[in-house]
Design a protein around this ligand. Structure first.
Ligand code: SF4
Ligand code: FE
Length: 482
């Protein structure tokens, strides 16, 4: 297993084609806007070596019997699934942001099942191919970007009817030694912190869309792949030098548009090729695992609740009954989220491939809660923090020889509370609810792993409505045939 430093060094060896603000970024690792997101992924390596967290952060490979980072593991038991949820909360609470590495783990687990099922139906060899790839990922402790979301163009049209056929990623050429693909994947979490990109289709498909039913893995610096970094609210504060105005002074997340411009994929890295009838299954399995992964938001919620309690104490209002009640409300909401991600894991089961799979109904209910509760927790945090969170002068004003004395004089609550601490915690709440980290805590909670309606469809499909009707009808004496 790599440690944080080895991970950072491994990224330096990659030759990624990354653009931000219209310019090529040659040194990705040290770029001040990207670096905090690299720090967050590095923690997934670091904590695997910590005596306190290694039981959660590591697992035993079912391929090699070796100790591996859990992010490269294929779940072999309910205990593995539960530990995965706990790992999400742990890392969210230590980073206060999206730590990015879950998408690859969820892609590997979904592929371990779908490749097995395709082979059973068609006699193909995707599963052994996949296991060989998995062994490579585990041995080298790699971070993988699980790339699912296509740009999708006109949402009312299937892939093959789009005005531009590349709006969904597709196979454009078949060669004796591999395939050529073209298209893009949007909102790619942690893409430029990844060694590998694992591409999957984004929706269920029919025969006319078979060129779009493709899954494969490539090294992230393969020729023809370009990364265009997404902007985040307040991102350029990171260019102001070392300042607590960034809110989270250590960690962050990132997303990117990843473009595949006629990229060659050798056959040994292709895991689905035109088996359109399995596209929907792969999407559903990845999505259900990733909905479980939103355990991360419970950890970020821990940070925000801690920040709200801190500012309440700094402001001298922590004992006021309505403030206490709001903190209780935040905790109740956050722990309810925790219940969901633990429950879908505890109710998991093995699939034919042997991989343990979450209870998909509960995973979807969990994610649906995540589309709502963090917004309420954030609202309560802003309520407790007060308006100063958004009207606060900059750190530079605090340090100014001319006006610093006024900032100190008028923003001091009590001589016992260091002013800088008060300003720092307000900036953290701003960061989590309005700034760069709000991408992860709020918008990603809404749309990541599928937008709310996607979960509602799954919930409606998976509840046993007939069973519920029978229960009710029996109790009031309705007999069959009535
Ligand atoms: Fe992992 Fe959460 Fe980020 Fe998704 S949003 S990659 S689950 S940390
Ligand atoms: Fe996400």
């Amino acid at each position: 297993m790599m440690n944080a430093r080895q991970y950072e060094e491994s990224l330096r060896k990659l030759n990624l084609n990354v653009y931000m603000f219209g310019e090529r970024i040659t040194n990705v690792v040290d770029n001040p806007i990207i670096r905090p997101s690299m720090n967050a992924v590095a923690l997934t390596y670091e904590l695997a070596h910590h005596p306190k967290s290694e039981a959660i952060m590591t697992a035993t490979s079912h391929l090699s019997g070796q100790k591996i980072n859990r992010f490269t593991h294929i779940h072999q038991s309910v205990d593995d699934l539960v530990k995965k949820s706990k790992m999400g909360r742990l890392l969210g609470s230590h980073t206060g942001c999206c730590f990015q590495r879950c998408v690859g783990m969820d892609a590997l687990n979904a592929l371990s099942m779908t490749t097995f099922d395709i082979d059973r139906k068609y006699g193909t060899e995707y599963h052994p191919r996949f296991l060989k790839y998995l062994a490579f990922v585990q041995e080298n402790d790699l971070t993988c970007d699980g790339a699912m979301t296509d740009p999708k163009g006109d949402r009312s049209l299937p892939p093959h009817q789009q005005h531009d056929p590349d709006l969904y990623l597709r196979v454009v050429e078949e060669k004796p030694d591999g395939i050529v693909v073209r298209g893009a994947k949007a909102h790619q979490t942690g893409a430029v912190n990844s060694h590998e990109i694992i591409v999957m289709p984004t929706i269920s498909m029919r025969q006319e869309d078979k060129d779009y039913a493709v899954s494969f893995a490539l090294p992230s610096d393969t020729d023809g792949i370009t990364y265009i970094m997404g902007r985040q609210s307040c991102d350029t504060r990171k260019l102001e030098g070392k300042t607590f105005d960034v809110g989270n002074v250590r960690y962050g997340g990132h997303e990117a548009l990843v473009v595949f411009d006629n990229v060659f994929v050798p056959w040994e890295r292709v895991f689905m090729f035109k088996e359109y009838d399995f596209a929907g299954q792969l999407v559903e399995q990845f999505a259900s695992y990733h909905r479980q992964s939103y355990a991360c938001k419970v950890g970020v919620g821990d940070v925000l609740i801690g920040a709200a309690q801190t500012i309440a104490e700094f402001n001298g209002v922590s004992k006021v009954s309505h403030i206490r009640d709001k903190i209780i409300e935040m905790n109740q909401l956050n722990e309810t989220l925790y219940c969901g991600c633990i429950a879908c894991a505890a109710e998991g089961h093995p699939e034919p491939s042997g991989t343990y799979y979450v209870n998909t109904l509960l995973a979807n209910v969990h994610k649906q809660n995540v589309t709502r509760f963090p917004y309420e927790i954030a609202r309560l945090a802003q309520d407790i923090a007060g308006g100063l969170m958004v009207t606060l002068p900059s750190e530079k004003d605090l340090l100014s020889p001319e006006v610093g004395k006024w900032v100190r004089k008028y923003y001091q609550t009590s001589p016992n509370v260091p002013l800088e601490s008060r300003l720092r915690i307000l900036r953290l709440i701003e960061n989590l609810t309005l700034g760069t980290a709000a991408v992860g805590y709020l918008t990603e909670s809404m749309h990541g792993a599928g937008s709310p309606q996607a979960q509602r469809i799954m919930i409606s499909r998976q509840v046993n409505m007939d069973g519920k009707k029978k229960l009710a009808q029996k109790l009031c004496g309705i007999t069959e045939g009535d």
